[in-house]
Design a binder for this molecule. Sequence first.
Ligand code: NAP
Ligand code: FE
Length: 375
Amino acid sequence: MAFSINIPCRIYSGTGCVKAHGTEFALGNRAFIVTGKSSAKLCGALDDVCSVLAGIGVGFEIYSGVRENPPVTDCFEAGRICADKGCDFVIAIGGGSAMDAAKAIAAFATTEYAECTDIFDYSKKKAPSLPLICIPTTAGTGSEGNRYSVLTLPDGKRKRTFSHDDSWAKKVFLDPKYTYTLSREYTFSTALDAFHHAMESYLSPKSDDLSRMLAIYAARNIWDVLSQLPEQFSENMRASLLYASCAAGIAISVTGTGFPHPLGYSLTLLDGIPHGKACAAFAADYIEYNRKNELGETLIGEFCAALGVKVKVLGELLVGLASVDLCMTEEQIAEHVELIKSAGNYANSPYVLSVDEMYDIYRKHFAAKRKRGNC
Ligand code: NAP
Ligand code: FE
């Protein structure tokens, strides 16, 4: 019955919160605004931020070059641009890709690392990162509520996470209206990601009373929405998903994530499956393997009871929502598993998955169809 938490960021929420708290954007003289290709403009957040900055006399540069699953190489270059433009703080507007990239850019702007991958070695950091403001436009990663930045390595086939103490956003603005333009498919996928954060956090050996409370709050609210299989997401649903995903992001700041995350990384980078769906493809396996362990069985039971859903049904429904339909040869399965088998997440569940079991899971999902001649 104890907890320990450090959430060093100020979170504002509600429709219109950016303009309502405009003076909070005065973190420096010149902002480096980091976005993806078009969503920040499309959803209205970029215009709101630019008008707030103009109103308080803060200059800005817009960098709209963030790609999905941001490559560390891109962030390295963007960090130099940020420094060359004389920007002294960073504003991320977008999904997990823009927010994670912004954390890396804020670090690259102040430390001239010899190699871009040096960012993963905390001992090579020479100066604090630039201050960061996060404005999520997806309800999924919860990156605004933790210090993680998940980047794609230069080989384009693996992801790696850094989590510097100063990578937390100083301020966060949660405006559900910015998520209205997200497509139905991405809304489901990002909600599945947030749900997985909640579930994997709840089962983590590092969880405590407070992180479990956040995880249950998040899971319940997300499940309430997803289980309705909405054709369209109402404003209330959008708000509920956004606040829940932030809470789940804070929960994983305490615990980290479990094995669906690394298992999913290969599906994202090699097969183009969006992150949330790639994690949820392994939801039933996560539940099944953890139930082999007494503690895992208890925690899954508690988690499902809090949601009012039967344990077996939960896994099936999540896998159904992910609807990942891939067919792989044995060589392809080996390529996928070899890329993710050394991730740190496997120790972060009551049941610790072996490499053989990773192969079993991949074969069960992706080779079985080949045997039946379906591909
Ligand atoms: P994303 O990669 O940030 O964005 C996916 C797509 O959605 C992009 O095409 C983006 O367009 C578009 N989009 C974003 N917001 C939109 C909006 N409001 N309206 C219309 N389109 C919108 O997706 P994500 O799932 O949020 O982030 C995934 C990344 O986060 C992965 O790299 C994953 O590994 C990472 N992640 C991080 C954490 C963490 O704790 N730090 C946790 C889980 C996952 P634009 O390109 O135009 O912006
Ligand atoms: Fe995730």
